[in-house]
Design a protein around this ligand. Structure first.
Ligand code: ZN
Length: 215
């Protein structure tokens, strides 16, 4: 079978393979969706882009980890769905940018364990304690795939939409320059107030506009 053009592996070490891309109309813009396979894990990741080719200027970017409950099921327990929407809106407003959608549900512990952690949170644990009681670190997400994904689009410098300083450090370690960080403080509500405070206090996320310097 012949291989479609552009389907060659994009990653050093073959950790990621480009598969296909197509148009993806959304309420805010017609993006392109690019599909990638990660053979080692069997996971499938996507990138949404607008305004390619990108050139040398830092590219507006969001690195978003999958959250089925927040992204697709409207959960108010976290701020994921609102962040995803805000990021796509911002990219649409600027007419240029990229969103990497990484399939690492529940800060990397998977959907079933995330719901187990929610159950512990219903009984009084915070988001970090719940993960730890299940035997997981507070945050198991990995960002090493960002480099081959961004390489695929020729991106070496980003304006990163995030509240999470760890993401900036990790990208720096991967050789991606973070020229600017853009806060995404959206959807604070009574159901996620404690979750956001815990992320600020224990995971170092920036929520200064919500909680000031001391969450
Ligand atoms: Zn979420």
């Amino acid at each position: 079978m012949s291989t479609p053009s552009g389907s060659a592996p994009v990653a050093d070490g073959g950790i990621l393979e480009y598969v296909a891309s197509s148009q993806l109309p959304t309420p805010w813009a017609v993006f392109r969706i690019h599909a990638f396979a990660e053979p080692a894990t069997g996971k499938e990741h996507v990138a949404l882009t607008l305004g390619e080719p990108f050139g040398d200027a830092p590219v507006l970017a969001r690195i978003h980890s999958e959250c089925l409950t927040g992204d697709a099921l409207f959960s108010q327990r976290c701020d994921c769905g609102a962040q995803l929407e805000a990021a796509l809106q911002r990219i649409a407003e600027e007419g240029r940018g990229i969103l990497l959608y990484l399939r690492q549900e529940g800060r990397g512990i998977g959907l079933l364990n995330k719901i187990r952690a929610y159950q512990l949170q219903d009984e009084g644990a915070d988001t970090v304690e719940a993960n730890e009681r299940l035997g997981f670190p507070a945050d198991m997400r990995r960002y090493d795939l960002c480099r081959p994904m961004l390489d695929h689009f020729g991106i070496r410098s980003v304006r990163l939409m995030t509240n999470n300083p760890r993401k900036e450090r990790v990208l720096g370690d991967l050789g991606i320059a973070v020229a600017e960080h853009i806060p995404l403080q959206v959807n604070r509500n009574p159901y996620n107030e404690q979750y956001l405070r815990t992320k600020a206090r224990k995971l170092g996320h920036r929520f200064k506009e919500y909680f000031g310097e001391a969450p």
